[in-house]
Design a protein around this ligand. Structure first.
Ligand code: SF4
Length: 349
């Protein structure tokens, strides 16, 4: 990717980021959380709807999803739950690509989100037209894209993967002698490439949350807590991944807090994950990996600004708005369904 293109994409991400922070600040501070949760619960029942939340949303939203028969999970688990649940309306508390994935897998259902402004720097960093041109220039390669992409980019792909199955899928393709195009996360792509030895061409985008973690800060924290294991999401930079005791997807990291004997963990992913980690390992200590360091300009501080838009105030009005329904054209659904179903079938095996 040219440096001009990379610069333009950074600018697009920054503009969305500024807007996300502006919109978040518009909302009033939380008051009477229980009353709001009761109001949302009643609305879910009245509309035959179910709340599906990502691990990176706030503890209040995750608790509400659990208390109302909904679900909390990673993007793959969310998509599966939405498809299998009998509710006719899915409320997706996450970011836009998650709502789109839910709609593609369940096109007959209504999919609403607290706001469609909630996006992702990886999705923004991989526009369909530029990505298609890149794929067209390398027709001999199998196209593997991360779940954090638009419906249009998924429609251009042969495979969709999440971080929980990226290694397995790429290893499977490598064993068949396939060469791969990988998009959009360059850090996860590099990690998969190193682990599998596959021939991969990497797109150049990154997650603004994970990119901020600092190896030096983790080393300093580790000196204060030598008993702690370091858990790292593979969207983090290489220097951070190198310090990990466990590298894995959100669900894999939560599971590690249960299975590892350590009494404490330093965690390099969005701090929304602490809600489920605390349930998984009560009594153990959790420390967020540092995002600041000398000369650092933290834009996210281990808390995705787009995930933070899924607050109770926004959920309370989710049925009243007219601009928050996920729409994906039938043509796009048909095309994007192919790599998504391939992923679901692969994980089922
Ligand atoms: S945490 Fe990163 S990858 Fe996840 S939604 Fe936010 S920007 Fe995207």
């Amino acid at each position: 990717m040219s440096s001009d293109l990379r610069r333009q994409q950074k600018q697009v991400v920054q503009e969305y980021l500024d807007r996300a922070i502006e919109l978040r600040d518009l909302h009033a501070p939380e008051q009477n959380t229980e009353a709001k949760q009761a109001l949302i619960e009643a609305a879910l029942k009245a509309h035959n709807a179910v709340l599906i939340a990502h691990y990176y949303t706030s503890p209040e939203v995750q608790a509400l999803a659990e208390a109302t028969g909904g679900f909390v999970g990673d993007s793959l688990e969310m998509a599966r739950f939405g498809k299998q649940n009998s509710a006719q309306t899915l409320i997706v508390a996450g970011v836009k690509f998650m709502g789109e994935t839910a709609k593609i897998l369940s096109p007959e259902k209504r999919v609403l989100m607290p706001t469609l402004e909630a996006t992702c720097s990886l999705d923004l960093g991989c526009p369909e037209d530029e990505f298609s041109a890149f794929c067209d220039a390398h027709p001999e390669r199998v196209v593997v894209v991360y779940a954090n992409t638009s419906a249009a980019v998924k429609a251009r792909a042969d495979w969709v993967v999440t971080s929980s199955i990226a290694l397995d899928v790429v290893d499977h393709l490598d064993k068949q002698g396939k060469k791969i195009i990988w998009a959009p996360d360059k850090h996860l792509g590099r990690y998969v490439q190193q682990k599998t030895g596959a021939d991969m061409l990497l797109w150049d985008a990154a997650c603004i949350v994970h990119e901020e973690f600092k190896a030096r800060g983790i080393l300093d924290l580790k000196k204060q807590h030598p008993e702690a294991a370091v858990l790292v999401h593979p969207e983090s930079p290489e220097s951070v991944v190198e310090l990990a005791d466990v590298v894995g997807s959100t669900s894999q990291l939560i599971n590690a807090t249960k299975t590892l004997p350590h009494p404490a963990f330093i965690v390099a992913t969005d701090q929304g994950i602490f809600y489920k980690m605390q349930q998984a390992c009560p009594g153990k200590s959790l420390y967020i990996a540092p995002t600041a360091g000398s000369g650092a300009t933290c834009r996210s501080c281990a808390n995705c600004p787009w995930m933070a838009m899924n607050e109770l105030d926004a959920l309370a009005t989710v049925f009243d708005k007219t601009d928050n329904e996920i729409k994906v054209s039938p043509q796009l659904v048909t095309k994007a369904l192919i790599p998504l179903e391939r992923m679901l079938q692969f994980t089922a095996k």
